[in-house]
Design a protein around this ligand. Structure first.
Ligand SMILES: [Fe+2]
Ligand SMILES: [Fe+2]
Length: 228
């Protein structure tokens, strides 16, 4: 009973209302592959946030419940219910017909499913681990986040370097242009005008909350490297 209600709470949190406040002539011309690759940029920033949250969980610091729900909510709305759906509807059917890419697409499809299951669990643990302070749930949550990061880094990298380049070989420029239009229409239907920018703003807010927004913190100090 308690688990069911927690699951309902967690899943309800990730739900989104489609926003259709853009007119057709506001559709911008972002090439399909560039569109998908910049969405991977959003995913990579989320993985960085997830890494920071694992650190906080292990350090026993303030439990990052709101940040976790924000992060998993962006994954659900933007990555799983939008970006991956585009791959599944427009790219995978074209590539899996070619024997050179059939196995790769099979793995990518399986990873999308595994990712969705992990997000369900993360949303659930984001609530229950908060209630059972520093209990077993927090270890399970950290393990789910780690598994998510471990899978999606090679997943996105393989798509960037093999799947997307293959698309250029297998479809005509006219088909690619048509795909670009469909992607933009879907983005505007789901997230409104400037949808990508709004999602990036949400990610930046999450990063600020986790103190990882300032890019300079990732620049190594060469003097320190020489000393070590
Ligand atoms: Fe994918
Ligand atoms: Fe992808």
């Amino acid at each position: 009973m308690a688990v069911l209600s927690l699951a309902a709470m967690a899943l309800a949190y990730a739900e989104t209302k489609p926003v259709n406040d853009a007119s057709p002539d506001q559709v911008s011309e972002i090439p399909a592959v560039e569109d998908l690759m910049r969405e991977h940029g959003v995913l990579r920033r989320i993985l960085l946030s997830d890494e920071k949250m694992i650190e906080r969980i292990h350090a026993g610091k303030r439990f990052p419940r709101e940040d976790l729900q924000k992060s998993a909510g962006i994954v659900r709305r933007f990555i799983e219910d939008y970006h991956e759906k585009l791959e599944e509807e427009y790219l995978f059917p074209k590539l899996e017909k070619d024997s050179r890419y059939a196995e790769l697409v099979k793995s990518l499809r399986a990873q999308h499913q595994a990712g969705r299951q992990l997000t369900d669990r993360i949303l659930l643990y984001a609530v229950s681990a908060h209630l059972n302070n520093f209990g077993k749930d927090q270890n399970n949550l950290a393990a789910c986040l780690q598994a998510f990061i471990r899978m999606y880094r090679p997943h996105a990298a393989r798509e960037d370097t093999v799947l997307f380049p293959a698309l250029h070989d297998l479809v005509t420029p006219a088909e690619l242009a048509e795909m670009s239009d469909r992607f933009e229409e879907r983005e505007q239907a789901l997230f409104g005008a400037d949808g990508f920018k709004k999602i990036v703003d949400e990610v930046a807010e999450l990063e600020r909350s986790l103190d990882i927004y300032e890019l300079d913190q990732f620049t190594p100090q060469t003097e320190d490297l020489e000393q070590s």
